[in-house]
Write a protein that binds this ligand. Structure first.
Ligand SMILES: [Zn+2]
Length: 306
């Protein structure tokens, strides 16, 4: 696949950047396997550069948009076992319900972008939304959704043509935004389908977190799937430049199983497997911890035009 150079999504510049990490890609043809979320670590990534003006990190060069779409359509969902789903539901669910309460958000209609097997849609129903919709490119992830949720998932890459204007009271995207190749278009599309006064809650990686700093190139954020990597400041900036009012940008505490924590360590997979076996033997693999693992959250709103 051919690689193309990319622009800073905030400054729109091409060459105003310095290289943080040279590219590390599979030697054989690139296929969808490194695009599976939460797969075993392979340390593949494109060249990572940092914008000299705004500090936004990005993959440069990167595969073409259409190739990227296909890779996501073909990618497999590898995290359906309980150990993964319960902590994810807990982390995202607790922020989700707090935002609903704090901003007294209407619960008529809800959209989750990059919804995977739909676990957040289940939460949205539980929290009282009347109408729920998810969008997910991976067919394999949708196949793994529960039968009650599956009918509400659209297979595809999110686009505002999928929905009427002013459709949703709330949109969420969890671990999705840093995979988006054209984040400004993506946010404009979100803006269009949100109702006036509607909210966005997004959670993704924080490029300036402690773990990202100490792990460097071995950090799980330096990953082939990440087109852009944001910190608190660049995340706020890109939402503001797309007409959102930003209420809060904040570091996230993740609920994570010990097993998952071991998988995230920057070590060889054979060593990781041995430590995981030990954790299973000690029956601590499913224990949950609450740690600031290096994610950030943002709460933004499309203001009413009065
Ligand atoms: Zn920039």
């Amino acid at each position: 696949m051919e690689l193309k150079s990319t622009r800073c999504a905030i400054c729109n510049s091409f060459n105003n950047s310095h290289v943080l990490f040279p590219q590390r890609l599979p030697t054989q043809n690139l296929d969808a396997s490194p695009y599976a979320p939460r797969r075993k670590r392979d340390f593949f990534h494109y060249r990572i550069v940092k914008c000299k003006t705004c500090g936004l990190l990005r993959s440069d060069p990167l595969v073409d948009q259409n190739d990227l779409k296909q890779l996501y359509f073909d990618s497999e969902c590898t995290y359906t076992d309980e150990n993964e789903n319960i902590p994810l539901k807990k982390t995202y669910g607790s922020y989700f319900v707090n935002v609903l309460k704090k901003y007294n958000i209407e619960k008529t209609s809800f959209l989750d972008i990059g919804c995977s097997n739909g676990f957040i849609l289940e939460k949205a129903l539980e929290f009282g939304f009347k109408k729920i919709i998810g969008v997910e490119p991976s067919r394999d992830a949708i196949d793994q959704a529960s039968s009650s949720i599956k009918p509400f998932i659209v297979n595809g890459m999110f686009d505002d043509k999928m929905f009427e204007k002013d459709s949703f009271d709330m949109i969420t995207f969890f671990q999705t935004f840093d995979h988006i190749a054209e984040p400004n278009i993506f946010l404009q599309n979100c803006f269009n389908v949100l109702k006036e006064g509607g909210f966005i809650l997004a959670i993704n990686h924080n490029a300036k977190s402690f773990s990202a700093k100490i792990m460097g190139e071995k950090s799980p954020i330096i990953d082939i799937g990440h087109t852009y990597l944001y910190d608190l400041s660049t995340m706020k900036q890109i939402f503001k430049q797309n007409n959102f009012v930003v209420h809060n940008v904040f570091p996230i505490k993740n609920t994570v199983s010990i097993e998952r924590l071991i998988q995230l360590l920057p070590i060889k997979s054979s060593t990781s497997e041995k430590i995981q076996q030990l954790a299973r033997l000690l029956k601590i693999n499913k224990c949950l911890l609450k740690l600031p693992l290096g994610n950030l959250g943002i709460i933004a709103q499309k203001l009413k035009t009065t």
